[in-house]
Ligand binder design. Structure first.
Ligand SMILES: Cc1cc2nc3c(=O)[nH]c(=O)nc-3n(C[C@H](O)[C@H](O)[C@H](O)COP(=O)(O)OP(=O)(O)OC[C@H]3O[C@@H](n4cnc5c(N)ncnc54)[C@H](O)[C@@H]3O)c2cc1C
Length: 383
């Protein structure tokens, strides 16, 4: 006879790992299923660092979730003893009217978040690695920094197991089925069939296959995280001296980067925010091409010339985009026993800690006090 679980989680990446942790901690019988190993580099949650910030230019509605996310990052750090979140300060750079700057100011004002505005000259003085064009200004936020994606996934999974979750790796879910009565689910994997009261589908770039009837057009994109060696030594690019940044260039292309923090001791990471190529997890080209590095060098030469040194390595990673680039975090419209976390559109990691809490609310109580209206899949019905 098979064990009956309260919840099965499909996919143990950023969101599945935090959901497993939250649910196991609350005493739920959890089965987590992952097609690869723990904290792998084939999906969306690898490469050493992910930006976290509060003055959220994408929409002020994210801010309360961010404030809770910070508290939960603290909690997992205390429980696991690992440093997952590092505060570095953050610069949102661009022309005043750019989304990066004006959107960040709007969010900061709306929620009374502390910030400073720096003119091009101030930026140069305080952060000499940047060479801003005369029309560039910046919002500086002290609380910004980065989280370590692999360490987050790993720490949440380990804690989940300590609280009794059963986690299975190298096992692929082939299909799931929700009982029409609204109660009970069945999940078929490469190893067998499992039953549970509820499921969470947190499958990252594989979500389009598992969520065909959700009615959300999810598009997967290939992105590249690039590591360069600074031309004048790494010192001024280290944590403590160097902030995280999002820089909107004069042509509105957004780039973002991190200080060097040990994992890639000889280089600092930079990437384009939204210049990916459509792909699928099966078809993604993991090679990095000379012309892609050259395109990055054109921006480095303009804005961060000291980082335009030796190219050290590039790592591909997938975004799963919704049409409006807001997330889908919700109960499934057709199946109340199914919770969905998908379409994080390249900006989800910083929220992973709070998304786990939201998913556990949805599964246990059928609702959450967190403001998630923006993430309903129903918003696409009339599009
Ligand atoms: C280059 C890059 C830079 C980014 N930068 C930032 C940033 O600075 N800040 C930020 O907040 N966010 C950032 N993001 C976005 C963030 O990393 C993602 O939103 C987040 O990692 C998505 O988490 P996820 O749990 O949906 O996907 P994943 O972490 O990929 O997890 C999905 C898991 O499901 C498993 N799975 C899928 N299908 C099955 C199946 N059938 N059976 C079993 N297992 C399955 C997969 O193997 C995978 O482990 C970035 C993303 C990329 C790619």
């Amino acid at each position: 006879m098979s064990t009956h679980y309260d919840v099965i989680i499909i996919g143990l990446g950023a969101m599945g790992s935090t959901a497993a942790y939250q649910l196991a901690k609350k005493g739920q019988r959890v089965l987590g299923i992952e097609q690869f190993g723990p904290a792998h580099d084939q999906g969306s949650s690898h490469g050493g660092s992910r930006i976290i910030r509060q003055s959220y230019f994408e929409d002020p509605a994210y801010v309360p979730l961010l404030l809770r996310a910070y508290e939960l990052w603290d909690e997992i750090e205390r429980e696991s003893g690992n440093e997952i979140l590092t505060i570095t300060g953050g610069l949102m750079l661009g022309p005043l009217e750019s989304l990066t700057v004006s959107g960040s100011i709007d969010s900061a004002k709306r929620w009374n978040l502390p910030y400073e505005i720096l003119e091009a000259n101030d930026i140069l003085k305080r952060f000499p690695m940047f060479s801003p064009s005369p029309q560039t200004i910046a919002l500086y936020e002290e609380k910004a920094g980065f989280v370590r994606p692999e360490l987050s996934v790993y720490s949440h999974l380990l804690q989940a197991e300590k609280y009794g979750a059963e986690l299975r790796f190298f096992e692929e879910v082939q299909s799931w089925e929700a009982h029409p009565s609204g109660e009970g689910v069945r999940v078929v994997t490469t190893n067998g069939t499992y039953e549970a009261g509820k499921i969470i589908i947190s499958a990252g770039a594989w979500a389009p296959q598992l969520l065909k009837e959700l009615g959300v057009n999810l598009q997967v994109e290939r992105h590249i995280q690039m590591f360069f060696e600074p031309t004048q030594g790494i010192d001024s690019f280290r944590v403590g001296k160097h902030p995280i940044y999002i820089w909107e260039a004069d042509d509105n292309v957004q780039l973002y980067g991190f200080p060097s923090h040990g994992l890639h001791a000889e280089g600092a990471k930079i990437a384009f925010f939204r210049k990916g190529k459509l792909c699928t997890p099966e078809s993604i080209d993991r090679n990095i091409y000379e012309e892609e590095v050259e395109m990055m060098r054109e921006y480095l030469a303009q804005g961060i010339p000291q980082l335009n040194g030796r190219f050290l390595q590039g790592k591909t990673c997938m975004y799963t985009n919704t049409p409006d680039e807001h997330f889908v975090v919700s109960l499934h419209p057709n199946h109340p026993q199914v919770a969905v976390a998908a379409g994080f559109s390249g900006h989800g990691f910083k929220f992973a800690s709070v998304v786990g809490e939201i998913l556990s609310d949805l599964v246990i109580k059928g609702e959450t006090d967190h403001p998630i209206d923006l993430f309903s899949p129903k918003r696409f019905i009339y599009q």
